[in-house]
Ligand binder design. Structure first.
Ligand code: SF4
Length: 358
């Protein structure tokens, strides 16, 4: 009888016993096991991880982790899928809950992107567009970019990946997060006249042919509901409550919120921003609540506040009980498999990203 079945038939472990059991299994497996945890995971999970970071840092870690036979990815599904694409043949990648998806990633799929690509190519001609896909996407879209000379990017390297794409070809087609695309375009000095948004429900994405010919950047009409929850009013209220506070936000926020912030960057950037704040400083953070709460715990000598409460329900699906169930069934349950043909083309796009100099 499996340990999992035995557990179901007996009383569930309490939190402390769960943590103890996980730590014991980690100690027994040593370097054979690598637990990767995203910044948005709850504190208990992060405390059990071997490495924590944003999706860029964790994808690098996965690519460099030759010693581990088992990689357990505590994050959402597209992240574990990227780790599986970058993993070596002797490695198995598992996710404690395969239902931990991403609503933004679900706003786009291969059929929709392929239709848009055909329509765009008919108007601007073949070979004029670099496709760049945000890490927050299905593996089939990463493979699409690999096949068409494009790359993957994360919020940590979008400001390098988009110019790279524009240097290869006249235009970049970026999906699925329009806000990361728009905020990055602003950093690069592109104006509103250089951008169009592609709404997959409209003919030509809701654009006129001339607008498509003129655009440098074509942005998919997608967003992260965790970060678009932050509003201008939230920033103004916090500034009124805490004059002198610094506001740092994630680039998946709207451009109006980013424009009012003191700084904007990936989750790793935000962690570093708080670390570098002076003791006694107040920092207001516009990103997922688990990261904000942990920063507040880790830096008690400065005041770290949320811009507004915003939780990613998918990240929160991972908990110690599910992690332990995965560790009890290493190599067997919730294994993340990517078909070989998709894997090789997606890997091309991920490798192009990893080769970009930050
Ligand atoms: S925070 Fe947003 S982009 Fe990240 S996993 Fe959650 S829904 Fe997806």
């Amino acid at each position: 009888m499996s340990t999992l079945l035995q557990r179901k038939m007996s009383a569930p472990l309490d939190e402390a016993a769960l943590m103890e059991e996980i730590l014991a299994r980690k100690a027994a497996l040593g370097q054979e096991l690598l637990i990767l945890t995203h910044h948005y995971q709850r504190q208990e999970i992060v405390s059990l991880g071997d490495a924590r970071g944003d999706s860029f840092a964790l994808s690098r870690k996965a690519a460099d982790s030759g010693k581990a036979r088992f990689i357990v990815f505590c994050g959402v599904h597209f992240m574990a899928e990227s780790a599986a694409i970058l993993a070596q043949p002797h490695q198995t990648v598992q996710i404690p809950d395969p239902q931990a998806g991403c609503l933004m990633a679900d706003m786009v799929d291969l059929d929709l992107v392929s239709m848009a690509w055909e329509e765009l190519s008919e108007i601007v001609g073949p070979g004029m567009i670099s496709p760049i896909v945000y890490m927050n996407s299905d593996a089939s879209l990463k493979a699409f970019c690999g096949r068409h000379g494009g790359a993957v990017c994360t919020s940590a390297n979008a400001r390098i990946a988009l110019p790279w794409g524009l240097a290869q070809r006249e235009k970049v087609f970026f999906f699925p997060d329009q806000h990361l695309g728009r905020n990055t375009a602003r950093l690069l000095g592109l104006g509103p006249e250089d951008l169009i948004v592609w709404d997959p429900e409209q003919p030509l994405g809701g654009n006129r042919p001339d607008d498509i010919r003129r655009a440098r950047l074509i942005l998919w009409d997608g967003h992260c509901h965790v970060h678009t929850r932050f509003t201008v009013e939230h920033v103004l209220r916090r500034r009124q409550e805490f004059p002198g506070a610094k506001v740092v936000v994630h680039p998946e926020c709207t451009e109006e919120v980013v424009a009012l912030a003191d700084a904007c960057g990936s989750t790793d950037f935000i962690v570093e921003y708080v670390r570098q704040a002076e003791p006694g400083a107040t920092v207001v953070v516009g990103t997922e609540i688990n990261l904000v709460a942990r920063l507040a715990l880790e830096y008690p000598d400065r005041q770290v506040l949320d811009l507004h409460y915003s939780l990613c329900p998918n990240m929160f699906k991972i908990n110690p009980a599910k992690l332990l169930a995965t560790l009890e069934n290493l190599g067997e349950v919730n294994v993340v498999n990517v078909p070989e043909d998709i894997k090789s083309e997606a890997r091309l796009a991920l490798d192009r990203m990893l080769a970009l100099k930050l």
